[in-house]
Design a protein around this ligand. Structure first.
Ligand code: HEC
Ligand code: HEC
Length: 250
């Protein structure tokens, strides 16, 4: 009897462990073909993604590149389509637009399937090291308040209402922002804030490819300090948490 109970407990545990992935949307594309693009590039026009985004897809603060590992496939795919059609301008290294254009539609899909599948352990940007290097960084606990509760008096919604708990993504069009690189988070929030008042076709430091200006409407209300604070909190949060090992699942 005791053994039977143990076995059924084990089955229950397994079922709940598997639940997030069985609810996940199907990954579209061929991650194996995507891996070759990521690691080796394509011909003369597409350098290896790993050269700038890191071998494990974790991004790098000194280059301003984002973590791609774990990221929602649909989101990555959309960004590559947006770079390819100049709906989003790479205003950090000015290379993503040419890179995305040089890939076929199928290759953009395959490489997004691959980076989504990467499960490289991630600990966030090393803020202590940045401070030691003399950089000013935001204050995490102040950012946490905004991520969890927003600032209602200034019309700022809680980030987690769209991006999921601690920014680990709500799937579909909502990217994971938890565990993202500090420098990249800050840069994107500034670009989206600028995108609320100007067009990226006019000012290439702006970003305005978010659906229905959903993100621009939030970013435009943030001060420089808010941006630094949410970025400091978000970089240190994990993409996965106990009880939800598969997130972001989509
Ligand atoms: C020369 C360096 C470089 C290479 C090579 C490179 N990237 Fe990037 N990538 C960047 C930078 C810098 C950004 C940030 C752009 C910005 O600031 O808007 C970026 C942004 C992105 C984003 C947006 C992510 C997000 O969270 O919105 C995606 C997706 C992406 N790159 C995919 C790729 C893929 C796939 C490849 C390989 C085919 C690749 N990159 C190769 C530098 C590079
Ligand atoms: C109403 C929903 C909504 C809310 C609330 C929201 N976001 Fe977003 N956010 C989005 C969407 C949608 C995107 C994806 C834009 C795209 O597809 O290009 C996004 C994109 C982003 C990005 C760019 C991610 C990347 O990888 O480039 C960052 C950073 C971000 N949001 C941070 C925040 C922060 C911080 C807050 C809270 C202050 C917040 N968001 C609140 C909807 C929202």
């Amino acid at each position: 009897m005791k053994r039977l109970m143990l076995i059924s407990a084990a089955i229950l545990l397994t079922a709940s462990w598997m639940a997030p992935s069985s609810m996940a949307e199907e990954v579209i594309g061929n991650p194996d073909k995507g891996r070759v693009i990521f690691e080796s590039g394509v011909g003369d026009n597409v350098p290896a993604c790993a050269g700038c985004h890191g071998t494990g897809g974790l991004g790098a603060d000194d280059m301003g590149t984002p973590r791609l590992a774990y990221q929602v496939q649909k989101y990555i795919w959309k960004q590559l389509e947006d770079f390819a059609s100049d709906k989003r301008m790479d205003n950090t290294m000015y290379q993503m637009n040419d890179i995305a254009k040089a890939l076929s539609e199928e290759q953009r899909r395959d490489v997004s399937a691959y980076v989504h599948s990467l499960r490289t352990p991630f600990l966030g940007s090393d803020l202590d090291q940045m401070i030691a290097d003399g950089e000013e960084v935001g204050v995490g606990y102040k950012g946490q308040i905004i991520v969890e509760h927003g600032i209602p008096s200034r019309g700022i919604p809680a980030c987690m209402s769209c991006h999921g708990f601690h920014g680990r993504s709500a799937g579909y069009i909502f990217p994971a922002i938890g565990g993202q690189r500090y420098v990249y988070l800050k840069h994107e929030l500034e670009a989206l804030r600028l995108g609320a008042t100007t067009k990226s076709s006019v000012d290439d430091a702006a970003r305005d490819n978010d659906p229905m200006a959903m993100m621009r409407n939030v970013a435009v209300r943030l001060t420089d300090a808010d941006i630094a604070n949410v970025s400091a909190f978000l970089t240190a949060t994990k993409a996965t948490t106990v009880g939800n090992p598969g997130a972001p699942a989509r």
